[in-house]
Design a protein around this ligand. Structure first.
Ligand SMILES: Nc1ncnc2c1ncn2[C@@H]1O[C@H](COP(=O)(O)OP(=O)(O)OP(=O)(O)O)[C@@H](O)[C@H]1O
Ligand SMILES: [Mg+2]
Length: 317
């Protein structure tokens, strides 16, 4: 029925099953800790659907391990994780390539690269795979190279729709580089579009940063469906390398969500969690990773510890 004129033209809204029964009160004033706990009693942060995150396989000999850092939820620490794990690995002597497939282009800024001066970007990598070797740029960190993402990635998915083999462009492009690096880390936009699918098809493993908040679990269920689909149709090697808890605090909800994740994926959740730490948020404004900005901060220590775990998992130690 068309929605014209006033309210009387609107059809009735459909009934949806409600999962939380909260009584609204007229009372005003600060919400105390106790009220927060009362609400917790009627609502559980458990995901509605069962999740299945498949494990990844070891890296084939003589090739870089390719890892997509992804979560379609925005602002969960994907880019911060790519920058700081890449920098930590490079500092330890591993040859690392960061591929930024997000049009926001934050990896370049966070690694001190002026993206306005860069001619070849991830857009070229995907559209013209033969340009891969020339798309790389040095960063302020030795052993760490980057293929820059920038606004030219906006609209790329539309352009790709006309291309044959559109899901495999990035895989094809990265292939000749793999024997020259130990690790390739791909940062993704907050979406599960064609560019993210390209990253997953090109990868051995997925690293999933998860902010320990209520919606995290719903988001993870959606992502697990995408990973399973990519695995069955496009890349049977792909699996999950780890779930990284980010911006973690010691409040009740954070602890409860972390507990749920640990219970569901005891082998995948990486310990320690990355604590919420302002030094991590400041570092990109100086164009440096946390190990150059403040290595002894909580964020610096957490990313070092997480890199230790990943070095083992990726067979780099
Ligand atoms: N552990 C942390 N403590 C405090 N701030 C953090 C932490 N991790 C990331 N941040 C900040 O939170 C914001 C979002 O982080 P980031 O850009 O890494 O997320 P993202 O998942 O890449 O976002 P998007 O989905 O937009 O690409 C940034 O301002 C970043 O500096
Ligand atoms: Mg990002």
């Amino acid at each position: 029925m068309p929605m014209t004129g006033g309210d009387s033209d609107l059809p009735n809204v459909s009934e949806a099953p409600l999962i939380i029964d909260v009584e609204f009160s007229e009372e005003e004033g600060e919400v105390s800790e106790q009220r927060f706990e009362e609400i917790e009693e009627v609502s559980s942060p458990s995901p509605a659907r069962p999740m299945d995150l498949p494990f990844s396989l070891p890296t084939p000999r003589g090739r870089a391990r390719v890892i997509t850092v992804t979560n379609q939820k925005g602002g969960v620490g994907k880019t911060t994780t790519v920058i700081n794990i890449a920098a930590q690995l490079a500092l330890r002597g591993h040859r690392v390539l960061v591929v930024d497939s997000d049009s926001q282009g934050n990896c370049a800024t966070g690694l001190g690269v002026d993206k306005s001066k860069v001619r070849t970007t991830t857009r070229d990598l995907i559209l013209f795979p033969e340009t891969a070797v020339d798309s790389r740029h040095a960063t302020a960190v030795d052993n760490l190279h980057i293929i820059v993402g920038d606004r030219s990635l906006i609209g790329l998915e539309q352009e790709m729709l006309r291309q044959l083999g559109r899901e495999r462009r990035m895989k094809e492009a990265l292939e000749p580089l793999l024997s020259h690096y130990d690790v390739v880390l791909i940062d993704t936009p907050p979406s599960l579009g064609l560019v993210t699918i390209n990253s997953l098809v090109a990868s051995d493993g997925v690293l999933i940063p998860v902010q320990t908040e209520y919606f995290a679990l719903e988001g993870l269920a959606l992502l697990s469906g995408t990973i399973r689909e990519v695995r069955s149709l496009l890349n049977d090697r792909i699996g999950v390398d780890g779930v990284l808890l980010t911006m973690h605090s010691q409040n009740l909800l954070n602890k409860q969500v972390a507990g749920e994740l640990l219970e569901n994926f005891p082998e995948l959740v990486i310990s320690p969690a990355i604590r919420r730490n302002v030094r991590l948020a400041e570092a990109p404004s100086h164009g440096v990773p946390i190990h150059l900005h403040d290595p002894s901060s909580a964020g610096g220590k957490d990313y070092q510890a997480v890199t230790n775990v990943l070095e083992q998992r990726w067979g780099l130690a």
